[in-house]
Design a protein around this ligand. Structure first.
Ligand code: NAD
Length: 370
């Protein structure tokens, strides 16, 4: 039996409801597998601003750093929308990413066959479901590069004065590219051994460096068949042949955009899990892709499946419990196959609509039956 320390950050809105569900599922996993999960609840986001005027109290960051993994609900809400940047709930997310050194963001876009008609894509394109893992570099590139605005004294070809100019610099080092590519190759090894490196190497110097580094490290993963794809083509192929794509690794900005596109293909934000990882052996952070959904908070109707699936990623990637992770995912599929839905993913009048608690109980029941 191994004891694991999980730092739980419920956050705001539906965050506490969905993290409670995921913890209950983890407790069931602990009972069945003989492992012990010790949960430490800490605050971040709007509730932390209310309690101590700081979206990320230092005790929270310390608890996260000292854990084996972090499970986060969501932060934010209209109550805190008008605060200045560093005082806003979202500052907690940036602080956690920075403090934990989380440079890889993994977003899993799975279209379960039972929810196929939720996809905006044609039935013939997604009839076999979709299962794409997007690995996005999270701490470099244009979002963190030098930026500025300044008046320009230049003119356009027709003589029009340029007015203000703004710039954002895309910069990547070999070391930053290598560590994210290694995450991509490693995940490809755990899945179908296929990897698409998305870039814009016909234009961008940074992309050409991504390609060079890929060629350098690919021999360490001889079983992985990799290909390069331009980002404009990748955004088209996601619509044309989503079912054929498996693992994509790419830069911060391209990953930001493509992961939302892939998420949209599944048609349901309440189903999308994510993970942010740093160096091996350091705690990763796991959270649903959705936000705090203030419109439904406290109503007991939030879909807990994205957070439960994030807990499955936590089991696999941070605790090395791949079999248990697969069983949790299988339990979610079994519940969907049984026609059980939360209201956000209900597509037919024949569905049995469940609230957050009932859906959680169904998943636990299905897990224990496996
Ligand atoms: P949202 O994801 O919270 O909600 C969008 C829509 O999806 C809403 O109608 C909501 O009811 C629904 N929805 C989301 N998750 C659901 C679930 N699990 N079950 C059922 N329905 C669900 O996005 P938003 O409305 O743009 O943002 C609300 C707040 O969340 C904002 O303050 C935003 O800043 C914050 N936010 C936080 C995170 C995070 O913590 N990582 C991410 C995104 C947004």
């Amino acid at each position: 039996m191994t004891k694991f320390n999980i730092c739980v950050i419920p956050g705001d809105g539906i965050g506490p409801e969905v993290t409670k569900s995921a913890c209950e599922v983890l407790e069931a996993v602990g009972k069945k597998s003989g492992h012990e999960f010790v949960f430490q609840d800490v605050i971040a986001g709007g509730c932390a601003i209310d309690q101590c005027d700081d979206p990320l109290p230092s005790e929270t960051l310390e608890a996260a750093k000292n854990s084996d993994a972090v499970l986060l609900g969501a932060v934010g809400g209209p109550k805190w929308d008008n605060l200045p940047g560093k005082k806003r709930p979202e500052a907690a997310l940036l602080g956690l990413r920075k403090g934990l050194g989380l440079f890889a963001n993994l977003r899993l876009a799975v279209l379960f066959p039972e929810l196929r008609s939720a996809s905006p894509l044609r039935e013939d394109i997604v009839k076999d479901g979709v299962d794409i893992m997007i690995v996005r570099e999270l701490t470099g590139g244009i979002y963190f590069g030098e930026r500025g605005t300044a008046p320009s004294d230049g003119v356009l070809e027709d003589g029009t004065p340029k007015g203000m100019e703004a710039y954002d610099v895309e910069r990547y080092s070999e070391a930053e590219i290598e560590r994210i590519l290694k995450v991509g190759f490693t995940i490809a090894m755990q899945r179908k051994k296929r990897l698409i490196v998305v870039d814009k190497a016909n234009i961008l110097e940074t992309s050409r460096l991504w390609r060079k580094v890929t060629e350098k490290i690919a021999p360490s993963f001889p079983e992985v068949a990799y290909e390069f794809m331009y980002v404009d083509n990748a955004s088209m192929q996601l619509l044309r042949q989503a079912a054929q794509m498996d693992v994509i690794v790419t830069s911060n900005m391209f990953g930001d955009i493509l992961s939302d596109e892939a998420g949209m293909i599944t048609g349901s934000i309440g189903m999308l899990p994510s993970a942010s990882l740093g160096e091996p052996g350091k705690p990763g952070m796991y959270e649903p892709v959705h936000g705090s959904a203030p419109d439904i908070a406290g109503k007991g109707i939030a879909n807990p499946l994205a957070t439960i699936l994030s807990a499955a990623m936590l089991l696999r990637s941070s605790l090395g419990l791949s079999d248990e992770a697969a069983k949790v995912e299988q339990a979610v599929r079994a519940v969907l196959a049984g026609g059980y839905r939360t209201v956000d993913i209900s597509l037919s009048k024949d569905d049995t609509i469940l609230g957050t608690k009932e859906m959680t109980d169904k998943v636990i029941e299905a897990y224990l039956d496996l």
